[in-house]
Design a protein. Sequence first.
Length: 198
Amino acid sequence: MRPINSVYENSIDRKFFILKLEELINLGFKNIEIPWRDDSNWLDLMSHLRSEFPQVNLGSASNLNRKSIDDSLKLNLDFSMMKFWDRNLFSYSKKKKQLLIPGIISLKNLQDAISLECNIVKIYPINDKENALKTYNFNKEVTFIAAGGLSTLDIQKYKLYGYGGIVIGEKGFNENIIDVTVYNWASKNLTQIKLPNL
């Protein structure tokens, strides 16, 4: 999920965003990531979400540096994601015991990640790389997540390809609006849970 800037600055927009997030959680979504920002408003929002939704695997996305990992650890986030492979950042995160899922764009990056005992990777952007990487050769060593312009309509396709999950980005949630296809898919495929209202 990529909140609009006003979510970090305006209490009304923040409440609306949190209500939308709660809708997703009530539908049964258990893994939610929000891009890391180097500011106190991001820390405040994520701290609030961590305390309100302890049952959700909450993560930071687009991690770029050690501070992003340190912030994620400070908030007790369940995981972090980086857009592209960064060996040094992965090693730092591993040393700190923070799960960091790298974005992989080449076979060389994938082999390097595996050499560091990375067992969950995001193939991004998937539409450019799905044929070149031949991920089925590594399915016993690595869990693959597909990312980049995907929606719930792509879930079955990548499940058949052996992927463990997909990232649904702006095609599912854009500018605080949840796409109707997300509701439709969730109502048929996820176990719904009831949470108290905020």
